[in-house]
Design a protein around this ligand. Sequence first.
Ligand code: HEM
Length: 105
Amino acid sequence: MILFDSFRQELATTGRAWGGWTVTIYDSIGGVSSVRVVVDKFYGRVLNDPQWAHYFAGVADIDKLKSHQRSFIAAAIGGPEIYQGRDMGAAHATLGITARTSMRS
Ligand code: HEM
């Protein structure tokens, strides 16, 4: 336990642990399986929320979207996945997202 605490403290303060090994956010949260859980929970929420669900009504393949989202997030937090979806501007251009979109009314 003491070893684990010192690992966590070193990681939190330096982003490195055990004398120089770089530990990515991806690794520290548990890698691909944790990313999968987060993405599943995320779409489980937005697709069942009246404020958000309509944005996704036109998406033909939700599994493909989730797959792209997993690789996007994994790549962003240091994982080995390669994102092969569209760029963010193209993916969201026609959705009518505005600064007010994120506000609950
Ligand atoms: C930081 C914010 C966001 C990130 C990083 C993000 C990321 C992504 C990614 C990686 C994709 C997949 C693109 C592809 O499959 O080629 C995607 C698609 C999509 N996103 Fe987002 N997104 C964000 C915000 C939002 C918001 C605020 C909404 C709606 C209110 C939204 C709605 C959608 C929809 C509907 C798609 C599917 C578009 C389609 O397949 O035609 N996203 N997003």
